[in-house]
Design a protein around this ligand. Structure first.
Ligand SMILES: [Ca+2]
Length: 488
């Protein structure tokens, strides 16, 4: 997977010299050699183990692009026939693409906290979005933020190693300064409307200038940079530009679907602006772009046949806030044109892998307690057999007791997926997202049934037992929250 960036630089220099000193014939022969030299070196390097070779004297810029509330199917490069995402499709063309990526929680705040720390929600302590909805937020949120900031993050790691780091868009853990960024937009003060990004949420929706100005500054200072680009897109409010809404509005298509499709393209346009700016500044080659979405989202109207949908009007059940694929699955992409060959990977990737992957690319050490892997290491990908995650209540947390609001644990192994149900508390209206779901365990064969239409738990009880054991080894839950005989 390694691409010989240095060979390209050498080629440019030598070509320049040749222009002055060689005969036409010699120039032609050497020019042919120089054209194939990087390919020969690539072939040689790709035989070598990758891990060590990524440490570099010229650390890459890191551009972290985070979508907000978009289902895994909703991109051109993932096969969607209606939603147009030309810029992300082009990024996929030059990326290592994991079509089977997963997040550790189907909900924004815990999902982001897992990306930043490389830890599961029961480890970093932030299991939901809020402690008591919007009540007494300034006071109730403080201990959670303090607990979060005790953990290392890839942001703090890069900042402390000479990177300039910029926060824009979603950010739940106080201000950009508290998050360890050197630059940013979010003040995070609950008394001034701070919750999940405040001023930062203007990025993409209103302007890209804060991000492009930052790129200019980092370039001028000749420092490697990290961009945390997490716009409030395609998230609600679904208020796309009229020109995009017109494109997606058609007879027979529900309004909420058309709005959401248009929002997905709007998000894609902003990614195009960002990636186009990197290209214009000739930064593409040594910039690693990492792409992921925090959780899925599906329009309510598409689920009208489900009798349980009447309980909840915000979005389709089994999407945001649920452990089903439309809640937890996302494409994960890593692009680094100077070093990494594009590929569609058959392996599982996970949000907890982002910290180790970014740290390795920058040649930095990863905290020993992290269980994620470097996504650029073939061997680690092959050796990992399963992925795991949690689902807690959305709008209330029980700080210090991560199982207190636990609703599900899940495991994906090969073709199979097991979902276990737990009895954590949910005291808010958001309980209607999962209150209908009373089966103690559900088993799906994702390879044949990617949309989880046939629960095979009764038919394949041995597989249920085996995967349940795996979940218990991964995370032993407080017995009090195990709610039924199958889970006993
Ligand atoms: Ca989200």
């Amino acid at each position: 997977m390694v691409y010989p960036q240095d060979a390209n630089k050498a080629k440019k220099g030598l070509t320049l010299l040749l222009t002055f000193y060689m005969s036409k014939e010699t120039k032609r022969t050497l020019s042919t050699y120089l054209r194939i030299a990087p390919k020969l070196l690539t072939a040689f390097l790709s035989l070598a183990p990758i891990g060590e070779s990524f440490a570099t004297e010229d650390p890459p810029n890191i551009v972290f692009i985070l979508s907000d509330d978009q289902a895994w199917t909703d991109y051109g490069f993932m096969g969607h026939t209606d939603i147009k995402t030309p810029h992300l499709d082009a990024l996929a063309e030059r990326s290592l693409v994991f079509e089977r990526g997963y997040v550790s929680s189907p909900l924004c705040r815990p999902s982001l906290a897992s990306m930043a720390t490389g830890l599961y929600p029961f480890q970093h302590g932030t299991t939901g979005n809020d402690v008591d909805g919007r009540n007494k937020r300034a006071e109730l949120d403080l201990p959670l933020r303090e607990a979060f900031h005790k953990h290392p993050t890839f942001i703090k790691l890069l900042t402390s190693n000479g990177y300039l780091t910029h926060q824009s868009g979603k950010w739940w853990e106080g201000s950009w300064k508290e998050g360890g960024f050197t630059h940013g937009m979010t003040h995070g003060d609950p008394n001034r409307g701070g919750r999940h990004g405040d001023q930062g949420l203007k990025i993409g929706r209103e302007s890209m200038k804060p991000v492009t100005d930052f790129i200019d500054e980092a370039t001028k200072e000749k420092k490697p940079f990290l961009l945390w680009y997490a716009p409030f897109l395609p998230h609600t409010p679904h208020n796309p530009p009229e020109r995009l809404l017109e494109k997606y509005t058609k007879p027979g298509r529900a309004e909420d679907v058309a709005n959401y499709y248009a929002m997905c393209e709007w998000f894609d346009e902003t990614c195009g602006e960002l990636l186009g700016y990197l290209e214009k500044k000739e930064l593409i080659e040594n910039t690693m772009v990492v792409y992921i979405c925090d959780n899925g989202w599906v329009a309510e109207s598409t689920n009208a046949d489900d009798p349980n949908q009447k309980l909840w009007k915000g979005f389709a059940l089994r999407s945001k806030g649920s452990p089903y694929e439309n809640g937890i699955r996302t494409p994960i992409m890593v692009s680094w044109p100077g070093r990494l060959q594009p590929l569609r990977s058959p392996y599982l990737a996970h949000a907890i892998d982002l910290f180790p992957t970014i740290a390795a690319a920058a040649g930095l050490e990863v905290p020993a307690n992290l269980t994620g892997i470097n996504l650029l290491e073939d061997k680690a990908l092959k050796n990992r057999k399963a992925g795991f995650g949690v689902t807690n209540s959305i709008f209330n947390m029980t700080p210090g007791n991560p199982d207190g609001t636990l609703q599900y644990l899940w495991c994906v192994e090969g073709d199979w997926k097991l979902i276990l149900r737990y009895s954590g508390e949910d005291t808010t209206r958001y309980k209607n997202v999962h209150i209908w779901d009373t089966a103690p365990a559900r088993l799906y064969k994702l390879k044949d049934d990617p949309h989880e239409t046939s629960d095979l738990a009764a038919e394949y009880s041995e597989i249920v037992k085996r995967l349940k054991k795996k979940i218990e080894v991964w995370y032993p839950v407080n017995q009090k929250y195990i709610s039924n005989e199958l889970n006993n």
